[in-house]
Every structure is written in C-alpha cells, then in structure tokens.
Ligand binder design. Structure first.
Ligand code: AVJ
Length: 321
C-alpha cells in the first residue's frame, strides 16, 4: 500500500455513546416505551443491516441502486466536479461508489457516520480504491450540525443522503434536519437524497418481515446491545419482532413485543413489561413525490430533479439550497 493511500482526515466528534444510556432509560420510562432507531447500528447491527439490504423482500436498496446506476451521468453533472461530496450516514459506502465511478475528476469526499469502526473501515477501503480522491471521515451524529473538515470547507458542498434514512425522522424533525443540512451545505450547495415512496401495504410489510428473520434479528439485536453496553438483563427470547404499516401516519412501525409479563434491569433501573406491551423501535416514513417536495421546500431547498423507477417504488431527488 503506497504511503499516499489513507484518509485525508478523520475526526470523532464523540457523539456516538454519550447519550445512549440517557436515551434508553428515558425511552423505557415513557408510558409508551420507545428507543430511537439510530441505536440499531452497533457493529453487529450494521452487519445485519447490510444483510437486510441484500434481501429479496427489501426493495429500497436495490431500487435506489438501479436509479443511481441509470441516471448517474445526469447526477454527476448536477453535483459538479468542483464540489466536495458529503455523505450523511454512509454505512458501507457502496452507493456512493456508483457516483464516484461517474465522476473521476471529483476531488473530495467526506463520510459522516455514527458507527465509528464501520466508518473507519469503509472510508479507508474507499480511499484505497479511489487513490485520486481525498477521503475524510467524521464520526458524528449527523442530526446535529457537523463541523466539516477543511477539505469540504474550501469547496462548494453537495450532500448525499441515500437509503431513505430521512424516513426515520418524524416529519417535523425531518424538516429541522433538512434545515440543518442546508446550513452545513451553504448557499449554492446541493443535496442528492433517496426517499422511499408510499405503496401497496403488502409490499411494504413484506420488506420489514422477511422470511429469513434478518429484520427480526436486527430489531432484537438492540436488546443484546443494551445488555452489553448498559448492564441490561433483557432476555431476547422473551420478545418478538413486529412490523406493520400505519396508514394514518404514512409509516412502517417496528416494535419489540413482550411475550410475557416481566421485569428488566437497565443501567441500574428496573422496568416492568406487561404481556403484549411493546418497545417502539423504529418509524420508517414513506412519502409521495409531492409530499416530499413540500417538505424540502419548507426546509429551504428547491427541488431541481426527481428520478423514480417504473414501479414507483422509490425516488431520488436533487435539491438546491
Ligand atoms: C435505514 C431507515 C432506511 O427504514 O427501511 C430496514 C432501516 N429497518 N429494515 C428503513 C430498516 C428495518 C431502514 N432505513
């Protein structure tokens, strides 16, 4: 490996663990127990999520990837070679490679992710595979304003936010988040964002109840993580995965349902569960194209171009600040 290969910059803003205990304890103390979905992604959770993305039933990843491959020429022109591309919640960084392959002259790329080791691995491998690109990593909770590294501050900035991760936010929080991103990017910047679309209930529910039980394992891993990191006493076998479409709220909900009456210790506290009581672990909001445009405009973006597949399963949008 030549000496020039490696990361141009890596910063850990320390957001990763400082609130996990407080958020879990507060969430379990609510009358309707809930834990923020961002805590799924420890090392095991990140690996399980990569397996979800490869599932037959889970259409979003495959469909978005196809949209990126089909339209990358047009996307590359909108992004522009002069830009610093900034990915929010990069995960395995598989999708951005499609764009990078279409932009051989792009100079800099920044990946922001909460999962430190996953990010460090993925960014280092990316830097090896694209030796002419300056690659930087920032370990941070991207829902907070992020101080971007120098390589990105010097340039026009275009965000990349694939995977419909925006769907994890309540609509008001999504607008707040987009406003924060608009601030990170600045005037003249852009955002390429993937957004899952409202569709047939069966297709939606199948995507979150796969036959192999990978999504169930992903959901239940949260309990294992709490046991390990927060001195928890959860018995994962006394909970089951549940996912369903909530049409009124336009979202898929994931829950962990207590199979029995039980008490659980977490971080020195005790929590009681009735049989059938749930921990609400995720919302995955789905939008119409018009609904998403309204949200983006409300947050200070101008929709410039939208791509969808023939079945209208998924959408990718280019927005300008
Ligand atoms: C990463 C939030 C887009 O909501 O589809 C996949 C997470 N949860 N299967 C989604 C997820 C269960 C995923 N997002």
């Amino acid at each position: 490996v030549p000496a020039s290969v490696g990361l141009a910059d890596f910063q850990d803003l320390g957001h990763a663990t400082d609130t996990f205990a407080a958020d879990v304890v507060a969430g379990l103390a609510e009358p309707r127990k809930a834990i923020p979905a961002k805590y799924f992604y420890d090392a095991i959770g990140s690996r399980l999520f990569d397996r979800i993305c490869a599932l037959r039933e889970y259409y979003p990843t495959r469909t978005e990837m196809k949209l990126l491959e089909t339209h990358r020429g047009e996307m590359a022109k909108l992004i522009g070679d002069d830009a610093a591309l900034v990915e929010f919640g990069g995960g395995s960084l598989a999708k951005v490679r499609v764009l990078l392959d279409a932009m051989p002259r792009l100079k800099s790329f920044v990946a922001i992710d909460i999962s430190r080791d996953h990010l460090l691995d993925a960014a280092t491998t990316l830097a090896e595979d694209y030796p002419r690109l300056q690659v930087a990593g920032v370990c941070a909770d991207f829902t907070r304003p992020v101080a971007l590294p120098a390589v990105a501050r010097r340039r026009r900035r275009v965000g990349f936010f694939p995977g419909s991760t925006i769907g994890n936010f309540e609509p008001e929080a999504a607008a707040d988040f987009l406003r924060t991103v608009a601030g990170d990017l600045g005037r003249g910047g852009g955002l390429l964002i993937g957004v899952d679309l409202v569709k047939d209930t069966e297709v939606l529910e199948r995507a979150y109840n796969d036959a192999d039980g990978i999504t169930a394992a992903f959901n239940l891993n949260l309990l294992t993580r709490i046991n390990r990191e927060l001195c928890g006493s959860f018995e994962p076998r006394y909970f089951r995965h549940h996912a369903c479409w909530n049409a009124d709220e336009s979202r898929i909900e994931m829950h962990l349902v207590s199979r029995r009456r039980q008490r659980v210790h977490v971080a020195g506290r005790v929590f009681l569960f009735d049989e059938g009581e749930t921990i609400h672990t995720e919302n995955s909001y789905k939008y119409t194209v018009d609904g998403f445009h309204a949200l983006a405009e409300d947050a200070g973006f101008r929709p410039v171009r939208t791509w969808t597949d023939a079945r209208q399963l998924f959408s990718v949008h280019y927005l300008e600040v």
